[in-house]
Ligand binder design. Sequence first.
Ligand code: HEC
Ligand code: HEC
Ligand code: HEC
Ligand code: HEC
Ligand code: HEC
Length: 462
Amino acid sequence: MKKSIIVPTVCILFIMVAFAAPYAEETLKDKFPFYPSLITTESGKPVKPSDFESPDICMGCHPEIYAQWKGSMHASAFVDPVFQALWKLGETETKGFTKQLCGGCHAAVGVVSNDIVFKDGEFQASDIVKEGVHCDVCHTVKASTFLETPTYEPQNASIIVAPGDVKRGPYKDSESPQHDTAYSELHTQSKFCANCHHVFHPVTNFHIERTYDEWKYSVYAQAGIQCQDCHMMPVEKAIEAARTMKRPQNPGKPSIMGPDRDNMFTHEFVGANFTVPTLLGHKKHAGIAEERLKSAAALDVQAPQTGKRGDMVTLVVKVTNVGAGHNLPTSLTEVRQMWLDVQVKDAKGKEIFRSGSLDAEGNIAQDARIYNAYAVDKEGHHTVKPWEMVRFEYNKTIPPKGSAVENYSFVVPQDSQSPLTVKTVLRYRSYPQAVANLLLGKDAPTLPIVDMVAKDVTVKLN
Ligand code: HEC
Ligand code: HEC
Ligand code: HEC
Ligand code: HEC
Ligand code: HEC
């Protein structure tokens, strides 16, 4: 080989090695001892489950916050039957790769204490692990290691937990007889939530759940509105924040022993999940989820005032994301379903047009305009298993304050009675019925659907 070729080749190889190295699995394992989860402890060594305190202890002095958290999806993050089913399937199919990976976010205490055991097809762990994302998980977070992750973003539980006496939170002047306190700016920022609400495939770094990114590049981030301002606020204040683009205030008393505070953040952490809270009997949280969904979108339906039998009528439907600080829907977009159901009937009630109906098995009609993502594996086959996903074939979700516009056309039959009624509904379901049947087996309930927003218009025939 000539010198003129060798030198650039060596240079290119050097650059490739230099840049590839930080992403190599071995390097990540050195940096993150609980890999494939990026969660870690101060020493990098495992701690004991008993180093974490039970939420029952916190309840004594923080009863209001405890009652809000109990029944939240954070409290259910381990026991959630849908999560459990997919986690077990992953553990079997990947031969042990998902215990730590998924556990880092759903069962953090179990991962940093090596306490989770997969035996006879079930995950076993101490009670404190089964409490999911609880008080001491969040309030012992000392830092985020986002500057060391493969994407330089918070991801896959990139937190350092330091269980012990110090509880970290938003106050600079807080004093407690029970524990030490420390101010943590991180806890007041979206970046805190992002450590878990930003899911990447750990090997390919394919970005599966993107809620933080969607927020980060939105008008909400520009206005300084954080995740906490919507998800740690009473629902009416969150709606107000989205409408006015101003940070809300919620005075309260965080501890029975402490002072009144100008601002206190609530702990229900409700998003859109009303299915699991309903299954587990947490009615209050299911109710808030429904309210949030009903505040998230606006619908505009344009139809001609008059139409002619035998002629084509075109409807223009616009869906706007008015209330969510990220895309609509967000997060597990590869299974969530938000779709338009459009039905046109004449004055006698005869159906003339329909798009987005459900069949007897609960499947949404193929013609429906649906907003979600379609994930595929490396062969290009559709998959709902996160460990198989390599890309989205499409990702049709609506950005914050953005819209999607759909056209529908139909021909008015000669025997139609005037006027026609056009009924448009934007509907939401946590997963396809078939996915629920696959994961929950014979116990799968018929999944509830929330009608987020609806609009009726009429078209006269002449
Ligand atoms: C980086 C943190 C993180 C990791 C890693 C993670 N998850 Fe999650 N998971 C979340 C968050 C946050 C949600 C809530 C998002 C939402 O509800 O839209 C969630 C929700 C889910 C849900 C939906 C539950 C429901 O009832 O609707 C399932 C199922 C799930 N995860 C399975 C898994 C599995 C299996 C793995 C491992 C292969 C995994 N997760 C890894 C953070 C994570
Ligand atoms: C004996 C009563 C008591 C118990 C038990 C208790 N706390 Fe506190 N905690 C307080 C008081 C009082 C404050 C001060 C409130 C204030 O400043 O508004 C406080 C403040 C806090 C803060 C705010 C810290 C800051 O600087 O922002 C956090 C976080 C916290 N507690 C978490 C916990 C957790 C987690 C538990 C359970 C492991 C717990 N507390 C148990 C009394 C208690
Ligand atoms: C998912 C993480 C998470 C969990 C779980 C959690 N907290 Fe918090 N908590 C926070 C964050 C973040 C803040 C600060 C919000 C801000 O100021 O922007 C906070 C604030 C607080 C405060 C200060 C007062 C307030 O409400 O603003 C106290 C006290 C507190 N939490 C106690 C608890 C207790 C007790 C539990 C369990 C019952 C708990 N937290 C569970 C994340 C969490
Ligand atoms: C302006 C208010 C607002 C802000 C800011 C906001 N959200 Fe949301 N969020 C909503 C609303 C409304 C919904 C219900 C509609 C939906 O699913 O998007 C929601 C839903 C969710 C869901 C449930 C998604 C599903 O389908 O299961 C998660 C998870 C979530 N938000 C996390 C976050 C995180 C993390 C941040 C910060 C990076 C954030 N949100 C910022 C308003 C907000
Ligand atoms: C230690 C990881 C972790 C942290 C930190 C965390 N979350 Fe979560 N969060 C989860 C997991 C895991 C779930 C999903 C549980 C499930 O569906 O089984 C979840 C669920 C949620 C949901 C319910 C989603 C739904 O579909 O209704 C909301 C809302 C939410 N988180 C908001 C937040 C906000 C806001 C913060 C920051 C203040 C935050 N989370 C911090 C792990 C975390």
